[in-house]
Design a protein around this ligand. Sequence first.
Ligand code: FAD
Length: 483
Amino acid sequence: MSESKGLGKLFRAFFEANDLQEIVSTFRAVCREVEVDPDQRENFYQTLKERLHDWRCDPLWPMLDERLARPVYEGQSPCKGKRLLVVGAGPIGLRMAIEGIMLGAEVDVVEKRESFTRNNVVHLWPFVVQDLKGLGAKHFHSRFCSGSIHHAAIRLLQVLLLKTCLLLGVKIHFPVSFQDLIEPQTDSDDWRVLFEPPTTPLSSQTFDSIIAADGKQYCLPGFTGKEFRAKLAIGITMNFVNNRKKSDILVEEIGGWSYHCDQAFFNKLAKDHGIELENIVYYKDETHYFVMTAKKSSLLEKGVLLKDYPTSGELLSRDNVCRDALVDYAKEAAVYTTKGGLGELVFAPNYRGDKDVAMFDFTGMMYSDNASKILERKGKKLLLGIAGDSLFESFWPTGSGMGRGVLGVFDAAWMFKRFCQGDPPLEVVKEREGLFNGLRSVFSLVSNTNGYTIDPVTRYGLARMSSLSVPQDTTQIYDTDAV
Ligand code: FAD
C-alpha cells in the first residue's frame, strides 16, 4: 500500500502518543487504515511492514529486521507456536515481550494500570543504551540519551518499548491483572490463568510460559522474596519542570555525589540549610530529576518527619510526614545543589496532579529466592520465571535497576528458548538459577557489549558459564505431580 495522507496523520499520532491508552488506540487506528487486524498473530510483523509505509516508520523496519535476523533467534523458529504471557508493562516486562516475539512466540502482556505515570529517571548502563537504540528508541525520541550521562524517565522507557512491542506483534491487555494459575483439569487440558477482569479474552487462552516482571509483587505462586535490611536510608525523589531554556541547559548534571567523596559540599549544606544528605544525583531529562538519601535527624529537625519512631514503616507513614515541609526541604536541596542555576524551580505534576516529590524507604532491598520454576500437572509443563525489580530491587541512586533488569530479561529469554526447543527442563531451570546466583553477587561482564545476545556466554564468558553454582535441591524449581 502506498503512503497516503490519512495514514501519515494516523501514524504521526501513534509516533507522538505519550501514554498507554493513546499509544494502543492510535496503533489500532493505523492497523485499520492499512487493513491489518491488530489481533492477528501469524506473520503480523511481516504483513504490517509490507503495508505500512510512512517516512517516520520506514527507517524502523531495517533496524528491527536486523535484530530479528540475529542468529540466536534462528529465524523465529525456536518458540514458534508457543504462548508466552508477560505480567507487567514496566520497562522490563516490555523488554521481555520483545525477546519472546524475536524467538517466534505469541506474546501477550497484561498490565493492571491504565497509564504510564512515573517521571522518575533511571540510570542506563551503556549496553542498555545500545540495546534500546537498536530497537528504535532514538528514532521515536530524538533526545534519547543525548547527554553525557545516560538515563531516561521510567515512563518514557515504557512509551518507547511499548511502541516497538506493538509493531513487532506483541499484544497488550490493560487494565488486566494476573491473579492466579489454573492447573489443567483433564489430560487434554492445559495451563490457564485467572485474570481480573475475568472477561478478558485471555481467560480462555492456554500458556506455555509466564514471566512476571511485576515490580516486587511476586504474583506468581511459588515465588517469594527476601528483604535485606541495611542501615536506615531515607530516599527522596523530586521532579521539576524542564522548560529547556538556556538556564535549564547550562546547569551540569550530577552523576552521583556522596558524602565520602565531597565532604565540604555536604557539610556546607548541613551548616547553612540544616539539610543533611548522604548522597545526591541530579539528571536533566524530561524533567529535572533529583534523588537523594537524607539523614533522619535533619528531616526531624526541619519538621518533615513529625515524630521519631524505631521502624522505617512508622517513621515514613503518611501521618508522620509533613508534605509542605518535605516540598520545602527537597526544593532547598535542589537549589543549593545546582547553585540556583535553574532559576525558579516549579515542581512537575505527579500522577495525582500534585507536586512530584516523594519519600521512600531505601533501607530494605528485596531479592527473590529463585528466578524460575517448572510446574508439571497431568503431563503438562508450565515454565515460570521472574525478571526486573522482583528479581533484585535496585538502589536508585546507583541506578542498577535497568542494567541488571535487562541482563535478567536476556537470561529469562534464553531459558524460554531452551525450554521451547526441548532441552531437558530440569537442566534449563538449573542453569537459570546458576545465572541468577551469579548476578546476585556482582558478575563480571564480557567487555565487548556489541556481542551481547540472550546467549549467556556472550555476556558472562565461557569460564563463568562452566562454573555456575546450580542448586542441588531442585524441589523448589521443579514441582511435578508425576509419580
Ligand atoms: P516496574 O517498572 O515496577 O513495572 C511493574 C509493572 O507490573 C507495573 O506497571 C505494575 O502495574 C505491573 N503489575 C504488577 N502486578 C501486576 C499484576 N498482578 N498484573 C498485571 N500487572 C501487574 N528506579 C530508579 O533507578 N530511580 C527512581 O527514581 C525510581 N523511582 C521509582 C518510583 C516508583 C514509584 C517505582 C515503583 C519504582 C521506581 N524505580 C526507580 C524503580 C524502577 O522503576 C525499576 O527499576 C524499573 O522500572 C524496572 O522495573 P520493572 O519493569 O521490573 O518493574
